[in-house]
Design a protein around this ligand. Sequence first.
Ligand code: GAR
Length: 205
Amino acid sequence: MTNLAILISGRGSNMEAILKSIKKNKMPVKPVIVISNKPDAKGVKIAQKLGVKTEVIESMGVKGASWDYDRKIISVLEKNWVTPKNGLVCLAGFMRIMSPEFIRHFKGRIMNIHPAILPSFPGLHSQKQAIDYGVMYSGCTVHFADEGIDSGPIILQAVVKVKNDDTEETLSRRILAKEHKIYPEAVRLFALGKIKIVGRKAIIS
Ligand code: GAR
């Protein structure tokens, strides 16, 4: 059984998709804790409604990657038995950069979702970046987190066609629908032991 922690900062729709899919598809995954760095994140209430324990670790005033802050996360994870042996940490719209120490602690056990076809358009406002660049296709990526920004081994990607009249909002909406499909699927593959990291690649068997 994989003990799952989901880290959020806001709406929590990817978190919700993962939690619902775990139940629906009877995955060997136990969602043990949802952590938010924002007390008013909408996702906190959604997690509680779905019967998952929540904890807020306020990050106001903590700028950039911070091992001091991330240590607080590790302490909550440990209390809830999410460990580097049995755990999976899903970053789901968690708008903080994790410290290298945190990444190393959970090496190969941290996933992130990004609303672009990486390595294009990392960072913030990826959907706007895609529209402004004039690409014909964008989409989303689930990847393992490494010490860079949106740069770890890619697990799954889904593509969305960009329309001529797309706005950041309309494109984001269509990409989000795909995010809700590939993130739960990546969690399922991980829990079934079907993903192996070889160098830069996440190989799915
Ligand atoms: C999602 O679109 C996710 O891909 C994005 O934030 C949104 C969170 O929505 N993440 C990033 O941009 C990370 N670089 P959600 O809270 O409804 O899941």
